[in-house]
Design a protein around this ligand. Structure first.
Ligand code: PLP
Length: 396
């Protein structure tokens, strides 16, 4: 008889020749527990999903309550489903007035797809611009705009009329013209290893889009919900996008994405053709109930207020000659080592010692630190101690 691991490798589709393959039986707060009781402090948070920690009681209660009421009842947008209505209202009440219409999707990539379609409709243009080392998802359209040739190349032909520019480069902005439908930018580049652009550059990008009538789409799928120290990452730059993309923590642990814009622009998806973006499960009541509860808990527990101090504390503790560079934004950090090989050794040993981490897609030499934002100071101290002890071991 095959054991669970063998069945996983045999029947669950593999997208990596070497999956981490940890078997987790329970998760609570900032900890994951293996089937034999092994304990891991979670520095990944499901890739910036579990911002409120695992198994938050308010989220679990909301899921149970909604499960008792109803699950899927109709395709997106036809029935008035109170979890959707309440969550859209809560989101809009914490966004600038121009972002007042929420299209809930099933994933981040689907939000990217919807935004791309919307931008083409609104602008009547076709060119889409994105940035090198940006990640936006794995569906065919999202893949076309991600900023890494290794991941794009095998799936050609991709979408036509896509151009990639250098992120945080003023010269590259000259490429945005009157034929550009939209520019997709991560507010802080996640998979490049937590790379924040300058405030001046973001403002210049906004201005260039305004001057050319181009829509600015900010991908806040990783930066949203407090990760960078403010509820939304864009506020630190003093700009407002035309379309905002959310995902990851949006669903409080359940699958969800959203593209958000003005009601006026969103309405182009309702006409000629009607049903301009269709999804069966988008805005699923269970996901909306969970996401709504997560956001309410984040606000009422004032979690975002503590994010910057926690990040600064951890950054201050993590000093070691092996760390070549630290990049940080809020409670989100990349530690760069001399190679992927070194990084992998650090990661493997951290996991053995009970700290769960990994590397970044476009920065394999950098260790990911994106814990649940509810992590306490004692656990931050513990995590830093373990990482430093691993680095000392590897130095000997
Ligand atoms: N955009 C960013 C910045 C992401 O990090 C991700 C996922 O990692 C996506 C988009 C795609 O989201 P999803 O995996 O839910 O399709």
């Amino acid at each position: 008889m095959m054991n669970q691991r063998e069945i996983f490798l045999r029947h669950v589709a593999q997208t990596s020749p070497a999956p981490l393959g940890l078997e987790i039986s329970r998760a609570s707060g900032v900890r994951l527990y293996g089937k034999n009781g092994e304990e891991y402090i979670d520095l990944i948070g499901g890739i910036s999903v579990a911002n409120m920690g695992h198994g938050h009681p308010a989220i679990i209660a909301a899921i149970k309550e909604q499960a008792d009421a109803y699950l899927h009842i109709m395709i997106y947008g036809e029935f008035i489903e109170s979890p959707q209505v309440q969550y859209a209202q809560l989101l809009c009440s914490h966004l600038p007035a121009s972002l007042d219409s929420v299209y809930f999707t099933n994933s981040g990539a689907e939000a990217v797809e919807g935004a791309m379609k919307l931008a083409k409709r609104v602008s009547n243009r076709t060119q889409v611009i994105a940035f090198n080392r940006s990640y936006h998802g794995s569906t065919q359209g999202a893949l076309s705009i991600i900023g890494d040739e290794y991941w794009r190349n095998a799936y050609r032909p991709l979408l036509p009329d896509v151009m990639h520019l250098e992120y945080n480069s003023f010269e590259s902005l000259d490429e945005i013209t009157g034929r550009t439908a939209c520019v997709f930018a991560e507010t802080v580049q996640a998979e490049a290893g937590v790379r924040a652009p300058s405030v001046e550059w973001m403002k210049a990008l906004r201005k260039k889009c305004d001057d050319t009538g181009t829509l600015l789409v900010l991908d806040e799928i990783q930066t949203g919900f407090g990760r960078t120290g403010t509820l939304w990452g864009f506020t630190r730059f003093g700009i407002v996008p035309d379309i905002l993309l959310l995902g990851k923590a949006l669903g409080g642990g359940l699958p969800m994405g959203a593209f958000i814009t003005s009601r006026e622009m969103m309405f182009t998806l309702a006409e000629n053709p009607v049903l301009g973006h269709i999804t069966t499960f988008g805005g699923h009541p269970l996901c909306c109930a969970a996401g709504h509860a997560a956001m309410q808990a984040m606000l009422s527990e004032k979690i975002v207020d503590g994010v910057e101090a926690k990040g600064a504390l951890l950054e201050g503790l993590l000093n070691h000659p092996m760390i070549l560079e630290k990049t940080r934004c809020g409670l989100w950090m990349a530690l760069r080592f001399d190679s992927f090989e070194t990084n992998k050794k650090v990661i493997d040993r951290c996991i053995e010692k009970g700290v769960l981490t990994d590397w970044f897609l476009f920065a394999s030499d950098s260790l990911r630190i994106s814990p649940p934002l509810v992590i306490g100071e004692d656990d931050l101290q513990k995590v830093a101690g373990i990482i430093l002890s691993v680095l000392d071991e590897l130095t000997q």
